[in-house]
Design a binder for this molecule. Structure first.
Ligand SMILES: NC(=O)c1ccc[n+]([C@@H]2O[C@H](COP(=O)([O-])OP(=O)(O)OC[C@H]3O[C@@H](n4cnc5c(N)ncnc54)[C@H](O)[C@@H]3O)[C@@H](O)[C@H]2O)c1
Length: 481
């Protein structure tokens, strides 16, 4: 769908206590606008509902204009965590859950027939440009996971649909897995455990070490790397790290100047960098050769960061005393016996290496991480629907305003095309009124403006809404008060 079509089609109007919906047609738009909204003072029921809902935002709870009493509708797919479900229900929304992912046709039908305002997914449901163009009621998408590849982010932005995810809620889980791997590798735990399962008693201490006093080298001192730094120091390890940016060390950790410095000093080298062109095969044969003899390599970051054939050579030659790998260049799409040579041609050779821990990308897979993802994305949906805040959005500029603390102020949420002269038009419309605060930002084609307008009555709100939502660059407009 082109941006201009989106602009014409998405003349949005708010009709439920918590959220705006986008009418399918000009007739529906007119009908929605013609609905005589109750006076502001009669919104106490929905207001109270949200007041008791622990919304993750301070200040006065906001309702959209105009208001009807049906709750906003959210469809949650793929067994989304109970924390999120409770949070969204407590916020007064109508929440429908489906345990599995839906295919494109099924999804379109379900969302369109139900008039859903928001959809929550994990990694299996694809929100394509077709889904977006066929479901005009959709205002927001919550990805209750780390990645957002499953959503056509550009099509969503051009249709005025904000997308939220939770990139860092599982940092602690990954850090804890690495700690377990550091100890397990230095005690050859997985080999001993496998031997016992095969009935082999192999009581050895040669090549098994305490981790106390050893050096942990962290590549990438971000959310995970820094958590790991604190945990490993508590076990008596020395921590050094390499990062492309200077980062304040936690505890007694020390940043080194180059990757080579880290390779030369680390007993355990652990990777926590994003997948970027410059991190592809960041650790290959040349880097492994620069590591200490008998060092360990741990990769819980991204599969392409380590050259796996070089790792196999390092383990088989004895240069490396062990390794743990949680992520792979190609990973199976489903659970089952799928980690074979047809996926990665070195798979069986890798599986035959000594003191090697292989895990199926479970670094962030804990109940706690799921719950935190639920709380983070659930909170982002509520803040967007109820307050217009796009903090944490992956496809909109991030815009938020201080809370509204008193009655009589309305918040304009205006998604529009990033074109010259748009703000002049908007401010021409708002110019007659008292704009208490205003903030706008753009990201590519899309711009988003929040403005709090004080001292306006219901007729003026309607007038502002109609003028802005029919302006040339409009994609979606909501008024919250
Ligand atoms: N195994 C899992 O289940 C799992 C779970 C979560 C995250 N991850 C992965 O872990 C990695 C780290 O995640 P995070 O949340 O800590 O990310 P982050 O963005 O918080 O930190 C990444 C750090 O790497 C640094 N960096 C970037 N390029 C670098 C380079 N070339 N050399 C050195 N440092 C560089 C950045 O400056 C940043 O400090 C990511 O790749 C993420 O996808 C894996």
């Amino acid at each position: 769908m082109s941006a201009s079509n989106a602009g014409q089609r998405r003349q949005s109007v708010s009709v439920s206590p918590n959220v705006a919906i986008v009418p399918n047609s000009p007739t529906q738009l007119a009908a929605a606008l013609a609905t005589s909204p109750p006076a502001i003072s009669s919104f106490s029921a929905s207001y109270e509902l949200r007041r008791t809902a622990n919304p993750p935002y301070a200040g006065k709870a906001l309702a959209p204009f105009p208001v009807r009493q049906e709750p906003a509708k959210l469809l949650l797919l793929e067994n989304i965590n109970a924390t999120a479900v409770k949070m969204l229900k407590d916020a007064g929304y109508h929440v429908e859950e489906i345990k599995k992912a839906l295919g494109e046709d099924e999804l379109i039908q379900k969302l369109r027939d139900g008039g859903f305002t928001a959809v929550g997914i994990r990694s299996k449901t694809k929100i394509t440009a077709r889904v977006i163009s066929e479901v005009p009621s959709l205002l927001v998408i919550g990805c209750f996971c780390i990645g957002t590849n499953q959503v056509d982010l550009l099509a969503a932005a051009r249709a005025g649909i904000s997308v939220f995810n939770s990139p860092f809620s599982n940092s602690r889980s990954v850090a804890e897995l690495v700690i377990s791997e550091v100890i397990a590798l230095s005690r050859q735990l997985c080999d001993r455990a496998r031997e016992m399962r095969e009935g082999i008693w192999n009581k050895v201490s040669k090549g098994c070490w305490e981790v106390r006093g050893k050096t942990l080298g962290i590549v990438g001192y971000g959310h995970i790397g820094s958590q790991l730094s604190v945990l490993s120091e508590a076990m008596g390890m020395s921590v050094i790290y390499y990062d492309v940016v200077p980062i304040m060390p936690l505890g007694s950790a020390r940043q080194v100047d180059s990757l080579d410095d880290l390779l030369a000093q680390a007993d355990f080298l652990t990777l926590h960098v994003p997948e970027l062109p410059e991190t592809k095969n960041m650790i290959g044969g040349a880097e492994i050769a620069k590591m200490k003899d008998g060092a360990y390599l741990i990769n819980n970051a991204r599969g392409k960061v380590v050259d796996i054939p070089a790792l196999i050579d390092g383990l088989k030659s004895g240069k490396l005393a062990g390794a743990a790998v949680d992520v792979f260049p190609a990973e199976p799409a489903a659970n089952g016996p799928n980690f074979g040579d047809s996926l990665n041609d070195w798979s069986s050779e890798l599986r035959s290496c000594p003191n090697l821990i292989l895990t199926p990308h479970i670094g962030g897979s804990t109940e706690e991480a799921q719950s935190m993802i639920g709380a983070e994305v659930g909170g982002a949906l509520i803040r967007y629907l109820n307050y217009g805040s796009t903090i944490g959005s992956v496809n909109f500029p991030e815009v938020s305003l201080r809370p509204i603390l008193h009655d009589g102020t309305v918040r304009l949420c205006h998604v529009h095309l990033n074109q010259p002269g748009v703000l002049k038009v908007v401010n021409g419309i708002l110019g007659e009124h008292n704009v208490e605060k205003q903030f706008s930002d753009s990201k590519g084609d899309i711009a988003y403006l929040l403005a709090d307008i004080g001292g306006v009555d219901e007729a003026e709100i309607k007038e502002i809404y109609e003028a802005i939502s029919s302006s040339r660059a409009n994609i979606a407009t909501r008024m919250l008060f």
